[in-house]
Design a protein around this ligand. Sequence first.
Ligand code: CAA
Length: 328
Amino acid sequence: MSAPTLVAHGIRCLGVLGAGQMGMGIAMVSAVRAKVPVLIYDRSPEQVKKGLSLMDKLLDKDVNKGRLTTEQAKEAKERVEVVGAEAALKGLRDVDMVVEAVSENLQLKQAIFASLAAELRPDAILATNTSSISITKIAASAIPEGLKASSEEGKKAASRVVGLHFFNPVPVMKLVELISALQTSQETLDRARSFAIACGKEVTVSKDVPGFVSNALLMPFLNEAIMHLEKVGFNLIYHISYQVMELMTNKGIATRDDIDTTLKLGMNHPMGPLQLADFIGLDTCLAIQNTLYQGTGDSKYRPAVLLERMVDAGWLGKKSGKGFYDYN
Ligand code: CAA
C-alpha cells in the first residue's frame, strides 16, 4: 500500500479541552512541535494551574538538556493561552481544530461534542482523544438537533469528527492512533493525520472498534496482571471488603514486584503492567476495560474485581498518590 499523501493541515489555532495529563501533553507538543497557538479550557481552574506549571517545568528541562533554546521555550509558553470560566466553550469559537481530552465518559463526551458543534465554525475539525469509546457514537452527537443523521447537512456535521489518540506521556511517546468514525470525511482524516505528523508523531490507523488496536491489546494484558495479583493476599486491600479478601485467599500467583519485574526484565518492557496501570490511571483503565467488555460482550474483558475496588477506594494510581504503588 502506498503512503498517504500529506495534505496541509490548515490548523492556525488549536483548542484543547481538558487540562489533565493528556490535554496538557497535547497542548505542549502542539505549541512546541507544530508551533500553533493553543487555547486550553478546563472547567477546573486548579487543574489548569497544575497543568501549566507541569508544562513550564518540562519546557525548562528541555532547555537545560539543550533540546530547545530559551527563546523557543518562551515562544512555546506564549502560544498556550487559557480560556476563562465565563467564556467556557464559547472561548474556542475561532479555532480550526479542537482536541477533546476529558475523562472516558460517553455521556460527557456526547454533551461536549453537541456544544462544540453549536459553537465552532462548521469547517473546524472536532477530534477526540478517547482511548476506547466509539468515535461513531461521538460523531452522531455533533449533529445539531432537528437534523436527520441521513440528511446531507447531518452527514456533513458528523463528517468533521475524528479520533486522534495520543499516548502518555504525550511529549515522549511517538505514536498517534487515527480512528475514522463511520461518518468521518477523507478531508478530516487527512488534515488530522497531517496535524499529528506536524506534532512529531508517527500515525497508525485503526477501525472504530472498542479500544481500537492499542487498548484492545493493552488493557486485557494489564487486567490479567491485576488478576494475577488479586489471587495473592494483597495487603493494602484487606480492610476494604470481606468479599474481596475472600477472593484473594491463598491462590497467589505472584507479588506486585514479581509481576512487574518479570515483564520488565523478561520482556524488556519499560515499566511493569501494574506500574503502567498506575501511570495511566486506574479509573481510566477501568473505564476502558468496561467499554471493551460492554462493547464486545466477551467475558475475556471482564474487569478484575481488584481494579474495581481500588477505583471505589479512590486509589487511582499516580495522579491520586496511591495505586499499586505509593507516590507520596
Ligand atoms: N511527561 C513528560 N516527560 C516525561 C514524563 C512525563 N509524564 N515522564 C517521563 N518523561 C521523560 C523523562 O523526563 C525523561 O526525559 P529526559 O530524556 O529529559 O530525561 C524521559 O521521559 C525518559 O524518562 P526517565 O529516564 O525518567 O524514565 P524511563 O526511562 O523509565 O522512561 C517512560 C519513562 C518513557 C515513561 C517509560 O517508562 C515508558 O516508556 N513507559 C511506558 C509508557 C507507555 O506505555 N505509555 C502508553 C500508556 S497507554 C496510553 O497512554 C494510551 C491509553 O489509551 C491508555
